[in-house]
Design a protein around this ligand. Structure first.
Ligand SMILES: Cc1ncc(COP(=O)(O)O)c(C=O)c1O
Length: 173
């Protein structure tokens, strides 16, 4: 990745909306996680897409994506996949095998991927790894990252320069 591939926005949420508007046409089918961050589904609906929920199944230690169900949901109208690892709200962590299976689906069906990495580093074990690092994935993946989780700075706004003038300390007489 180089700096020309990075766009800075005021929070992660606007990126989800702009991504959907940029890559999806009305009527396209979009896979998204459910349970999940509610903005994924509402943004697909708002822009006239067909939101298709992919689900999670319990494991001995948590949850995993039901990749077979995800595969069954894909039709010729499916153009976009929203993938959330580490997942909100269930903290499901993809294994490398799961990540590679999902990347394989994206390549095979020519899907654009939104990799929502808002909680990327917040893992119980192991090192985080992005689906965008897998072969032939950078060109079809947009990563959402945000300061609001790892750096606990919800509401912090970026400033290109300091305020122009200080607030007056007292009212003129
Ligand atoms: C999975 C996920 N993606 C994106 C966001 C949006 O992040 P931000 O608070 O920077 O708008 C959140 C916020 O809770 C989230 O949980």
């Amino acid at each position: 990745m180089n700096p020309t591939q990075i766009v800075v926005q005021p929070g992660g949420k606007p990126v989800i909306g702009k991504f959907i508007q940029a890559v999806m046409n009305p009527g396209d089918e979009v896979l998204y996680p459910n349970p999940g961050y509610p903005i994924h589904e509402s943004q697909i609906d708002y822009d006239g897409g067909v939101a298709k929920a992919h689900r999670y199944v319990p494991t001995a230690t948590g949850f995993r994506i039901d990749v077979d169900q995800m595969r069954d949901l894909i039709t010729p109208r499916t153009t976009v996949l929203i993938y959330n690892d580490l997942q909100n709200p269930m903290s499901a962590e993809s294994s490398q095998v799961e990540r590679e299976d999902i990347a394989g689906l994206a390549r095979r069906h020519d899907l654009q991927v939104l990799s929502d990495e808002a909680h990327f580093e917040m893992r119980c074990s192991g090192a985080p790894s992005s689906i965008a690092s897998l072969p032939a994935m950078p060109e079809r993946t947009t990563i959402v990252y945000t300061f609001s989780k790892q750096f606990a700075t919800t509401g912090l706004r970026l400033a290109a320069r300091p305020p122009r003038s200080p607030l007056p300390m007292s009212l003129p007489s």
